[in-house]
Design a protein around this ligand. Structure first.
Ligand code: 6GU
Length: 228
């Protein structure tokens, strides 16, 4: 899968995503990530990419032209017009199901905004999806883009190894993960639950399931539609 990230901070995006599992997936050519600098596509002499909002008000707005030219360069080069996701706190809130939908795409273009947002006409012209990563405000769309690329990439076949996939299996059915323990058996006087040392796999599975349900009801009742 190919990600094209339109941003004013390509180094920030690439440094984050070339690390760890997404970095390994890039080396294995299972995913391709390209951060394209919008500033490279400005026609203004001082590299300007933003301007004052018409009608006044605080902050600056990213201009339509450099973004449009960046998009033209990408789509022209690849000869395709993939979905364009604009990262904005005004978008639909990202969730696992959305990641599964995006993971079906061969190519994805992601637009990271900054300042007070982008000229609305760019949204009308090229943007197909608007996505937020939660109800809080960040300084720009780069971290949200990295979150989304990470989440989608781990769904691409081959990106996770067997061990990592098995860990994913344990977060199924919309339940939170059960508590985990490793050596030693006693730490600061606290013992590992006896059942985990018992070797009874059926009892261990039942205990883990029960812990997952309890934890989900306590911490994320919203994931539990059947529960009052
Ligand atoms: Cl996508 N962008 C910004 N700037 N802030 C956010 C966000 C996106 N999602 C949550 N907060």
């Amino acid at each position: 899968m190919n990600f094209y990230i339109m941003t004013l901070f390509p180094d920030m995006v690439m440094q984050g995503l070339t690390t760890s599992i997404t970095g390994r997936a890039m080396q294995k050519k299972l995913i391709q990530i390209e951060a394209v600098n919008i500033r490279d596509y400005t026609t203004e002499k001082h590299g300007q990419v933003d301007d004052y909002p018409y009608g006044g008000g605080a902050g600056m707005v990213m201009q339509a032209e450099p973004i449009y030219r960046t998009w033209e360069a990408i789509t022209g080069r690849i000869g395709k017009r993939p979905r364009v996701v604009y990262m904005t706190p005004q978008g639909s809130v990202f969730h696992q199901g959305m990641a599964q939908e995006f993971a079906k795409e061969e190519d994805l273009i992601i637009l990271c905004g900054h300042y007070e947002g982008v000229d609305e006409r760019i949204l009308d012209l090229i943007v197909t999806d608007q996505v937020s990563i939660g109800d809080y405000v960040l300084t720009g769309g780069e971290l949200p883009a990295m979150v989304m690329v990470d989440c989608i990439s781990r769904l691409v076949p081959g990106v996770l190894n067997n061990q990592e996939s098995a860990e994913f299996e344990s977060f199924h059915e919309n339940l939170l993960e059960y508590p985990q323990y490793t050596r030693p058996e006693v730490f600061m006087g606290m013992r590992v639950p006896e059942v985990l040392l018992s070797g009874h796999h059926a009892r261990i599975d039942a205990w883990r399931q029960e812990q997952s349900v309890k934890r989900t009801k306590e911490r994320r009742p919203d994931l539990f539609p059947g529960v009052e």
